[in-house]
Each structure stands twice: as structure tokens, then as C-alpha cells.
Design a protein around this ligand. Structure first.
Ligand SMILES: Nc1ncnc2c1ncn2[C@@H]1O[C@H](COP(=O)(O)OP(=O)(O)OP(=O)(O)O)[C@@H](O)[C@H]1O
Length: 240
């Protein structure tokens, strides 16, 4: 097992229970979806997995080892988070080259050849290396963001609504890119999205969250999820 979220609960200061006894697991190289209405707690769970928020209760295990604030360096070597707002994720003062190389500082230096190969993989021209984020389109920025995360060769990529703000064609390209990265590098993906069509296309398994509770889970069989919970069925039926 790559990632195990065990019995995680979270409430913020106002006392509202945002996550309740959440259990989620992700196998090596598995692509798993997490869906649910706005405010159901998906991003909070992503932040707890990445140790950006502290759970009130429960544990996170990576490769069978508990993750804590103290050993989160190993977490960041193996797990990367990308979120919707690609603009906010990139330093506006840094060129694309600087942004791409920054997470690799503690690793051996990366050759230009390797960087060029990887740019090709995410379908970006070499010329973007000298650009600032504001000189790129939204889709290009999200690709830079994705490349920045995959250069460290993570075992798990947590994607929080990464395609929502992009047009359909670019969404599809990014999703197909995720599929090829999953195949080539056996990189597991936790794909958090409102877009149930994208989730059905990309993910092998899905969790459905409602008001901070995982209400259903299903593997994909013959292209569809076999959901049993009433709410989960309605959610997927609504996608048409
Ligand atoms: N830092 C915070 N302080 C207080 N409440 C918070 C904080 N972060 C999130 N919440 C609350 O937790 C609940 C869940 O938010 P969260 O962002 O996890 O939902 P979500 O399912 O990711 O929603 P969306 O799909 O709209 O991104 C919301 O009611 C939100 O207001």
C-alpha cells in the first residue's frame, strides 16, 4: 500500500466538523478519484495528506510508515500536490527554468537535455524556460506546474481541481498526460475533481464524499463505477 489515511477527523475553530473518520487508501501506481460537492472536505483532506493542515484525529501512512510534521521531508520527496490556481503556485518573479529547478536543489543537477525531454513530454516548447508566468497561458502555466511536480519523480501526485479552469481540449490533454505519466513512471494519482466525466475517464477507483464523510467507494468496471449509496448514485446520474 502506498498511502493510507486512517480514521482522519478535522474541525476548524468554529467547531464545524469538516472531516469525520475518513479512511482512504491508494495502491502503488493506482489512479483514484475523490469527488463530492463543494465544501464536502476534499481539499482539506488533500492538505492533511500533505501535512499542510493538522488532523484532530487519525493517521497518515506512506509506504507503511507514519507521516508526521517531523518526517515530512520524505513525504515531499514522494508526494506532490498540485492545485487549481497554477498562477498562485508559481513565483511571478521567477522564470520557468528557475521554478522548475527550485524543488530539485537537493538532488543532483539536472542536465539541459533531460529538461528538454521533460518539456517535450508535457508539450511545452523549450522557449518557455526563459518566460515569466505572466507570459504564459493558463494551460501552459498548469503544464509548468505539473512538470515542476513530476521532475522530482513522485510516487504520488495529489491533483486538487487542476483542470477545472481550463478549456475542454486542454483538460483532455492534461488528463492524457497524467495517464501516460502513470503508465511510464508508475506514479499513483489522487484526482480531486468536480468533473465526474473526467474522473470516470481517468480513475480506476473513486471515493465519494458528502459533508466530510466517505459515503461510497467503487472500482470501475466496464467503464463505469458501481455505486450503491443513494447520494453517490444521484451525483453520478446528474452528470448525464
Ligand atoms: N482554514 C479554514 N478555516 C475554517 N474553515 C475552513 C478552512 N478550510 C476549509 N474550511 C471549511 O471546511 C469545509 C470544507 O472545505 P474544503 O475546501 O475542504 O471543501 P472542498 O470539498 O474541497 O470544496 P471545493 O470543491 O469547493 O473546493 C468548508 O465548509 C470550508 O469553509
Amino acid at each position: 500500500m502506498l498511502l493510507q489515511v486512517e480514521n482522519v477527523s478535522k474541525s476548524f475553530h468554529r467547531g464545524q466538523q469538516v472531516l469525520q473518520h475518513v479512511n482512504v487508501y491508494i495502491g502503488h501506481g493506482e489512479i483514484v478519484g475523490l469527488v463530492g460537492e463543494s465544501g464536502s472536505g476534499k481539499s482539506t483532506l488533500a492538505k492533511i495528506i500533505m501535512q499542510l493542515e493538522k488532523a484532530n484525529q487519525g493517521h497518515i501512512h506512506l509506504n507503511g510508515k507514519p507521516i508526521t510534521k517531523k518526517n515530512c521531508q520524505s513525504l515531499y520527496e514522494h508526494c506532490q500536490l498540485i492545485f487549481q490556481n497554477a498562477t498562485a503556485a508559481l513565483n511571478p518573479m521567477w522564470t520557468v527554468r528557475e521554478s522548475l529547478l527550485e524543488p530539485l536543489q537537493h538532488k543532483q543537477s539536472v542536465s539541459n537535455d533531460y529538461l528538454h525531454i521533460m518539456l517535450k513530454k508535457v508539450k511545452l516548447p523549450i522557449s518557455v524556460l526563459s518566460c515569466l508566468p505572466n507570459e504564459l497561458s493558463g494551460g501552459e502555466r498548469q503544464r509548468v506546474n505539473l512538470l515542476r511536480s513530476i521532475l522530482v519523480e513522485p510516487k504520488l501526485l495529489v491533483c486538487d481541481e487542476i483542470v477545472s479552469s481550463l478549456d475542454r481540449l486542454i483538460q483532455r490533454e492534461i488528463i492524457d498526460l497524467l495517464i501516460s505519466l502513470n503508465k511510464e513512471q508508475n506514479m499513483a494519482i489522487l484526482f480531486i475533481s468536480h468533473d465526474l466525466k473526467a474522473v470516470t475517464y481517468l480513475c480506476e477507483r473513486v471515493y465519494v464524499m458528502k459533508d466530510g464523510v466517505i459515503v461510497d467507494e467503487s472500482k470501475k468496471e466496464q467503464g463505469v463505477f458501481r455505486l450503491t449509496n443513494n447520494y453517490a448514485q444521484k451525483l453520478f446520474q446528474a452528470m448525464g
